[in-house]
Design a protein around this ligand. Sequence first.
Ligand code: SAH
Length: 244
Amino acid sequence: MTYSNNNVGEKSINTFEFRSIGVISTPFKQKFGIPRQSQAISVATGTIQFSPDINPTNACRGLDAFSHLWISFIFHGNRQGIWKDTVRPPRLGGNEKVGVFATRSTFRPNPIGLSVVKNGGLNEHNNLVVEGIDLLDQTPIIDIKPYVHYADSVNHAISGFAEFAPKQKMHVEYSKLASLQLNTLASAYPELQALLNNILEQDPRPAYKSATKDDKIYSVLLHNFDIKWQVRDTINYVLDIEIH
Ligand code: SAH
């Protein structure tokens, strides 16, 4: 990632280069449906595969004493260089504009994301397991730091338009077919139903859709499944779960 400003000679003093320390594998194969903050979806698990030049045993020594971590990553799924200084956060219904720095928008001058995740430790392949993620599959990770309770958690902090976690807007129901399919998949993907419930309860549709009648069949990709669902009043109704 490069950001250039004030070019002085060959390289700007404001230009920095980073490399990824690894990539994360997650169930989210497309941006649609990914929760807007990491802790909203505690069942979503990812594994970070470290780059060959990083020795996970050394670089993560002592990390298992921390229950939570900060991970910094690159919004690699966005077209780079596209950002505006004002954005319309979905939490404000998609109408009101606020400054990009007053939001967690993924379109920023530097496409860097920051998420708090639960530390699941190194697995048998020396990949770091993290839980409660909001990242697209194969997102490049640029740093990992321990979450430090006394320093990182601020009592009585005020959070503007994001003061409260989004309400659970919808109920989730399954067709007979989808229930059968989930049962068949339960041993290989034990968290699939909880993940799907989490995603659909929050209504991943664009804000304006919830105000209008909507009989569209939506699709969300999780793991290697294409999950079809439809809105019925306040219910998100899962129709079918197919291999993608
Ligand atoms: N907690 C992070 C991310 C918040 S935005 C932060 O505050 O910086 C979360 C959204 O980022 C998700 O809804 C998803 O659509 C998007 N996202 C996740 N990984 C991405 C990636 N690699 N590229 C582009 N967008 C991504």
